[in-house]
Design a protein around this ligand. Structure first.
Ligand SMILES: [Zn+2]
Length: 253
């Protein structure tokens, strides 16, 4: 058992599960590509793990488009990026990484009758039963006037939000999961990264080097030279502190 959330998160800690109600100290981080979870929430994941939470990463696509190196064919790139993501998880104390293996760059989720990715994420939520889910904000196409929010990020975020509510919660959605032994599950809190209007920030100043080490595990994605210093600068606010920013939604009811 680790330190309490208030010791690690300061005066704005995330919510705690009510263990008397059977809620578990678990967080699921759903990311489109290997490395996205570490850009968005590595510091927060590490703090939760230090507090004794079980943190799991779920990577939705296979990462098969993420290179400019002509010598990388897709199968080797997929295997390399999986191992990089597992290494980053080890650095952070993230207990497990799962891969759904949808094709990178081609993720499609439009809601309604579009069931494949929604069903896959719903099944993972019902299996793991997290108190909190972290994922991409599906809404912005442009983030902070600085980034295009990749279409796989938007699709992952939207499918994950829809899986949290209503499909993981409501019994008659994907009833085939019941036959597999997965009961419906209520996620209590949702945290979105890549946002234009954050309402929750996590001070990761004391562990920024651990986040950078996790990012550096994705060696196929960045030139090693200069990356660590760029990352330090990127995550440092005007007051000298480093923060991960989220939209936090405490689920109603
Ligand atoms: Zn990505």
């Amino acid at each position: 058992m680790g330190a309490g959330l208030e010791d690690l998160f300061g005066n704005q800690p995330p919510g705690e599960p009510d263990e008397s109600q059977g809620e578990l100290r678990r967080a699921l981080v759903v990311a489109a590509h290997p490395d996205d979870a570490d850009f968005g929430a590595a510091g927060t994941s590490h703090l939760l793990a230090q507090a004794g939470w079980e943190v799991r990463y779920l990577v939705v696509t296979d990462g098969s488009k993420g290179t400019d190196d002509p010598t990388f064919e897709p199968a080797r790139l997929i295997a390399t990026r999986r191992e990089e993501q597992r290494e980053a998880a080890r650095v952070l104390g993230v207990a497990d990484v799962r891969f759904l293996d949808f094709v990178d760059g081609e993720l499609r989720y439009t809601g309604g009758s579009d069931r494949e990715v929604l069903g896959a994420i719903t099944r993972e939520i019902r299996d793991f039963r997290p108190y909190a889910v972290y994922t991409h904000d599906p809404e912005p196409v442009i983030i902070q006037n600085a980034f295009v929010n990749h279409s796989d990020h938007r699709a992952t975020g939207l499918a994950t939000v829809d899986a949290v509510y209503p499909t993981a919660r409501d019994r008659l959605n994907f009833p085939e999961h019941l036959a597999e032994g997965f009961e419906p599950h209520k996620v209590r809190e949702l945290y979105l990264w890549g946002v234009n209007e954050p309402n929750f920030s996590v001070d990761i100043t004391d562990i920024i080097e651990t986040k950078i080490e996790a990012l550096l595990a994705h060696a196929s994605q960045f030139p090693a030279e200069g990356f660590a210093e760029e990352a330090r600068t990127f995550w440092r606010d005007e007051d000298g502190r480093s923060r991960e920013q989220f939209r936090r939604i405490v689920m109603w009811g």
